[in-house]
Design a protein around this ligand. Structure first.
Ligand code: SF4
Length: 391
């Protein structure tokens, strides 16, 4: 059961004077201190939409060069709507979570087809677009149209819960926090206000040791007044880490390196990847893996990778096929395609990171070059330590 010292129905949010005073101080601070970020220079609904989607799960510094290249290649909704999905995914490389890119493009297609490429002005219509959820819809409407919608991301939740001494579990209190955010919203300057709250959370009201002495809200911040800023938000239990052993399989044929897309598997389901399986039993049941019918050799090269709370130890295996074996493999894949919808393609080793647009591809190339200084498919003698039938 959640507990909170805040009850929005009884109006314990603070007096109007202190709220208005804080809104103004926050806005002044933002105009003085805001970072000059590329996505703040031209706030069209399109650029805001793209930047907000990219910033989910990605740090600003990592996102900026990708954002700039993306906007240069796809400068309008129409450019993105009409692009090949493969190309969009390549421009998304480095951000991960490729389903976001696919939904962004789907949303842009609907925007072009049903709204003439003009972002709607109501939340209801905005939410009808694929890839637009309550946060992104509110962000675009407030930042690009200055409409009075308060946004709630992780930074905003932390700032608001401290400022109003909200002691509930912030990951399970969206409706209460949204009500707090709505009442704290500076309605005349909604876009700047929203950005200011999030900027304050990113730079001053930090998760650990907030910089209250530099904060424009300290005079009216309830957590600061009560010395409770380090206790709020109440820490959540972390998801338990799951160690996984994954085998990545390099199939080298005269046509190139085999890549698969299998939409029903746990990982990489939206992109082409190297085939993979598990060391030991599959940790997921069901796991619709496919039998390639090939023997693989262990290269002896390994790497580490993290996907959400999965700590992965990746090992790299390979198999070199002649043209007859490659043809038999394609026939097998054709049957799998009919039955399970698996897709495949061949790509050159040099193009692996474009064909398999994940940082795993880069780690695999690096692991192989560090250990061998050679490309896969070149015999390594002593390193062919184990043979195992693909199961
Ligand atoms: S005074 Fe401290 S706890 Fe309160 S909003 Fe500012 S940084 Fe956060």
């Amino acid at each position: 059961m959640e507990t909170s010292t805040f009850d929005p129905t009884r109006g314990e949010i603070g007096d109007l004077d202190s709220i208005q005073r804080s809104e103004k101080k926050l806005r002044d601070w933002f105009f003085r201190e805001k970072r000059d970020l590329p996505f703040r220079r031209n706030r069209t609904p399109y650029s805001t939409w793209v930047s907000e989607v990219m910033l989910q799960q990605t740090r600003v510094a990592a996102m900026i060069p990708i954002y700039e290249a993306f906007l240069k290649r796809f400068p309008t909704p129409s450019d993105l709507a009409h692009a090949e999905e493969e190309e969009v995914l390549q421009y998304w490389k480095g951000l991960g979570y490729y389903s976001r890119a696919k939904n962004l493009q789907k949303g842009m297609r609907k925007l072009v087809q049903e709204f003439d490429g003009v972002f709607p002005r109501t939340l209801e219509s905005a939410l009808s677009l694929p890839g637009i959820g309550p946060y992104t819809g509110r962000a675009v409407l407030s930042i690009s149209y200055n409409l009075p919608f308060a946004v709630l991301d992780g930074n905003a939740k932390r700032v608001l819960s401290r400022f109003f001494l909200f002691r509930g579990n912030i990951s399970k209190s969206d409706s209460i926090l949204q009500e707090i955010a709505d009442r704290f919203l500076d309605r005349k300057h909604a876009g700047d206000h929203n950005e200011a709250v999030m900027e304050l959370g990113a730079r001053i009201c930090l998760p650990a040791r907030p910089l209250c002495a530099q904060c424009p809200l300290s005079q009216d911040c309830r957590a600061f007044r009560e010395g409770a800023q380090n206790e709020i938000p109440v820490p959540e239990k972390k998801a338990r880490e799951i160690p996984l052993g994954m085998r990545f399989l390099i199939v080298r044929a005269p046509e190139g390196i085999l890549l698969l897309r299998y939409s029903e598997r746990r990982f990489f389901k939206t992109i082409f990847s190297l085939p993979f399986d598990w060391e030991g039993d599959s940790p997921y049941d069901p796991d619709p893996n496919i039998d390639l019918g090939i023997e693989f050799s262990n290269t002896g090269s390994e790497f580490k990778h993290t996907i959400t709370h999965h700590k992965i130890r990746g090992s790299i295996w390979e198999s070199v096929l002649g043209s007859d074996e490659a043809r038999r493999l394609e026939e097998r894949l054709l049957r799998e395609k009919k039955e399970f919808g698996v897709e495949w393609k061949w790509c050159s080793w040099a193009d692996l990171e474009n064909g398999f647009p994940s940082s795993v591809a880069k780690k695999i190339r690096r692991a192989l070059s560090v250990s061998e200084g050679e490309l896969p498919g070149i015999s390594r003698g002593k390193n062919l330590s184990k043979n195992r039938r693909e199961e």
